[in-house]
Each structure stands twice: as C-alpha cells, then as structure tokens.
Design a binder for this molecule. Structure first.
Ligand code: HEM
Length: 469
C-alpha cells in the first residue's frame, strides 16, 4: 500500500468526530468564479485527517460537491465525464435502483431537495451550540463577501441526551454507531468485527481502496475514479440521506406485535425490538447475548462488534433479516465472509429533530409528523458497488439471505402483503413470528451523492488547475 497522507484527506473521511452538534449547509454557485473563490477562502480551514495531538478542536469544517456542483465549477469536460455514472446521475435519478418509491420518491422530498440544484455540502461539527453558531456566522460572512453563492438551506443534527449525558442513540431508541470498518493505513486500533474476516477467524483492516480513491481495493485494483489521478486520490464519495423516522408508527407496531410475541409482556416487547435490528436497544449484539442485554459487552470495544453469523444460519439468535445482519452479513453467506468485503460502507450519521421521551405516551400521529430522524451519511470508494448494492440487494430485497423479497423491516419501502420473518428463538417461549401489515417506519426526505475531494484536489479546484491530460 502506498503510504496514507492523512493531512491530505478530509478529516470527516478518516474519523467520526463524535461532536454533539452539527450543521450541514447546502450551497448553490451562481457562477464558477464565485464557487472557486469560496473554495479558496475555505481551504485553509478545512479539517484534515491529521491526528489531534492537542485534543479535539472546538469545531470542524468539511466540504463536498455534487456532480452538478463540479459542473457549475466548470471542471474540464473530460474530467466530468470520467466520474462514475451513478455519481453523474445523482440520487434522484437513481430512485428506482435504490427503492425510493412511494412516499420515499423525490416528489415527496423536502423543498430544499426539490428546488434549485445543490452544488456543495459544507459541514460544521462543534462541541457546543455556541461554537456551532459562531462558525456558521463566519461561513455566512465568507459566503456574503464572496457574492454569487446562495445558501439554499441547512440541516441541523445533534446527539440525543439521555439522563443528562450525550448518547449515540437514535429516535427509535437504539444505540447506534458501533460497526464501521477498519482500513489499512487509517490510524485506529483494529477492532475485532470491524474489518474483514480472515480464514483463522481473526479480523484485519480492509484495503484502503474500499474507502479512498487512489489506493488498491480488495480486488487489488484502483477504484474507478475521475481523471486526473491527483484530483481523485485521497478523495471519496459520500451518500447523504435525510431519513425521517415515524416514531409513533414504530411504537404502535412494537406494542401491537410485542403483545403477540412470547409472553406478550414488556420483556417480550424489548426482545422483539432487538430482533428487528440484531442488537438490544442498549447496543448488545443479540448474536452474543440473545436472552438479555449485557452492558459489559457494549462497553468493550473488543467485544461489541466481535460476532459472526456462520454458526447461526437458522437465525435462532439473530434473525436472518435483522438490520445489522442484512447490512453486514459477515460470514452468513459462507466463503468465510469473503462476499461482503467489497460491500462495506463507513457511516457518519447523526440524529436530527426534537428528542422524544420514551417513557411519556404521546399521540402517534404527532410523533410521526414531527421533523425528526437520522441524517445518514456514508462514505465509500464506489457508490454503486458499496452503498447502492447494500441498499438495493440487502435492505430492499431478501434473496441473498434466502428471504425471497422480504425487506429490512425498518428501512424497506413496504408494499401491501409484505411480511417480516423472525425465526424461532433458542428459547422455546419465542416461536417464529411473521409480522404482517408492515407500515413504513423510515421515509427519505432528500439527499444526493457528493464527492469529498482531498486537500490537494480542493486547491486544484480553487485555482482552476484541474487538467485531465
Ligand atoms: C433511520 C435509519 C437507520 C437506523 C435507525 C439505523 C439503525 C442502526 C443501528 C441501531 C445499528 C446498530 C449499531 C451499529 O452497529 O452501529 C445499525 C448498524 C448499521 N447500519 Fe443502520 N440504520 C439506519 C439506516 C441505515 C442505512 C440506510 C444503511 C445502509 C444503506 C445502514 C447500514 C448500517 C451498517 C453497515 C451498520 C453496521 C452493521 C455492522 O457492522 O454490524 N443503516 N444501524
């Protein structure tokens, strides 16, 4: 592997910032000169992957572009047409491939995503709301001084606070943010369960080229990337999806089916919730602890992602269609996990919208209609081979898992007549359960594909130096 120069990679790519506040700003360039000028102004402030020797900064800044944005920046035609097709098309035009139909289809998206073309995503993450506002004011000042840049809108996201402490929970009540792959050269201690499975049962980091352009991937090839090479190297592609969560619908469904599961009591409901995702709501993987949550596993990074499904092909511990098993089947499809190594994505999502108290009953319709959910952001070298494959084949279809056309319970766009199967448990009190009349728990409210260039590439764009020859 060529050596990874972390200072040339945007920090957002190499690490989860774990900052509780964020604002994602969406910009439109009136002309190329204005766009280039803005990039030049921001360049020195972009957070890189350099190690934080002096502790976490107060805030971070990152930037990425849609294909329309790169076109508006007037990159040479030969460069533009060298970007992968799915990126050129953008998320809206990939709706049928992604299963973004019905209420998820682009005509139902927020006005921001249906209006003027979004050219750039500028992300501010901050430790406090005050720092976030101060950084946003600075960005606005730069935008105004540059002129001919429109801030079309922004999306705030914030960590949920549980018992006065920052958490990594999302609004349905699950603890999120455990599983993310390790990559060669990306400074992090390799965690069991986070990279690729080796024949001896241990885990190793994935090839860097599964995350970053310009490095060998798991096939030993350079990922498909735009020209010139120096524009692509150390960059990656980002999926941005605003996923609305119908919390009222989720709670009502869990009440209804929890009453039919096992003893039909609160414990059965909790267990059922764990079967949907493959983790108890506190984060314990049910593959490791199928009968009860185990906080000691959650707290231990060497254990909380260290599980496999090869010894549970029947799904008696973790259902075959549970969310974590679908999106990262590990060794469930045989070949010692080799089939999944090229389908991994790196997630950087955060919740948005007002937090709901899980203990206070509330009107389901009001819960559903409130603007809240997950800002899902995922990074990968190949949008089509990685994110789109997971979304299309594993979330919106069940064939690889021998589940016919069953979808992910929480994420699939469910059509009348669909069911969700939970295999019989090791505990005889929990026979198989087939949930029917599936509502749609999550709805897409907008999104697109973005290119997150390296620092070198940003400088080339700012100085109009991109030359495909
Ligand atoms: C509102 C939408 C979503 C919710 C509430 C949600 C929830 C969760 C939860 C609770 C976990 C377990 C915690 C963890 O392993 O980090 C998880 C894991 C994961 N999710 Fe999602 N998710 C959502 C959307 C998606 C989408 C759209 C994808 C991919 C297209 C996805 C891919 C993954 C992956 C790859 C993992 C890690 C699995 C592992 O390595 O074990 N999720 N998700």
């Amino acid at each position: 592997m060529s050596k990874l120069n972390a200072t040339d990679v945007q920090g957002f790519v190499l690490r989860g910032y774990n900052m509780p506040h964020a604002r994602f700003c969406f910009l439109h360039f009136q002309n190329a000169a204005a766009g280039r000028h803005l990039v030049a102004q921001l360049l020195g402030s972009i957070t890189t992957g350099q190690l934080w020797d002096n502790g976490k900064p107060q805030s971070t800044l990152n930037i990425a572009f849609t294909f329309k944005g790169l076109t508006a920046l007037e990159l040479p035609l030969a460069t533009l047409i060298s970007f992968p097709d799915e990126f050129q098309q953008g998320m809206k035009d990939r709706a049928s491939i992604l299963g973004d139909i019905g209420k998820n289809s682009p005509e139902h998206w927020d006005a921001l995503w249906r209006g003027a073309d979004i050219h750039a995503w500028v992300a501010i993450h901050a430790l406090t709301p005050e720092t976030l506002e101060a950084q946003f004011a600075q960005l606005n000042a730069i935008i105004s001084a540059t002129g001919n840049i429109h801030l079309l809108g922004s999306q705030d996201a914030a960590a949920l606070v549980i018992d006065g402490k920052l958490s990594t929970k999302e609004h349905f009540g699950y603890t999120d943010g455990f599983g993310n792959p390790d990559y060669l050269g990306v400074c992090r201690n390799t965690q069991p369960g986070q990279g690729k499975l080796l024949p001896d049962g241990t885990w190793a980091p994935l090839a860097t080229g599964e995350l970053l352009l310009g490095y060998a991937d798991e096939a030993g090839e350079l990922p498909v990337a735009p020209v010139p090479h120096i524009l692509a190297a150390n960059g990656t592609f980002m999926v941005y999806r605003k996923l609305h969560e119908n919390v009222g619908t989720f709670r009502a469904f869990l009440d209804e089916w929890g009453a039919r599961y096992g003893a039909g009591d609160a414990a059965a409901k909790e267990k059922l919730a764990s079967k949907f995702i493959g983790r108890w709501q506190d984060g314990t993987p049910i593959e490791l602890s199928p009968d009860a949550p185990d906080p000691s596993i959650v707290a231990d990074p060497n254990r909380n992602t260290d599980f496999k499904f090869g010894n549970d092909l029947s799904g008696s511990r973790c259902p075959v269609g549970a969310h974590v098993r679908r999106v990262h089947p590990r060794d469930a499809f045989g070949f010692n996990g080799k089939l999944v190594d090229r389908r991994r994505i790196t997630r950087r999502g955060m919740p948005y919208g007002p937090q709901v108290d899980p203990t206070t009953p509330q009107d389901p319709a009001t819960l559903d209609s409130t603007d809240r959910g997950v800002v899902f952001m995922a990074l990968n070298a190949s949008l089509s081979r990685q994110f789109e494959f997971v979304q299309q084949q594993w979330i919106s279809y069940g064939n690889d898992a021998h589940l016919g056309n069953e979808k992910d319970l929480l994420l699939g766009t469910h059509l009348p007549g669909e069911k969700f199967s939970i295999q019989g448990d090791t505990n005889p009190a929990n026979p198989p359960l087939f949930c029917a009349n599936l509502p749609n728990f999550v709805e897409l409210r907008g999104g697109d594909y973005f290119f997150l260039p390296s620092i070198t590439a940003l400088a080339m764009i700012a100085m109009e130096l991109v030359d495909p020859r």
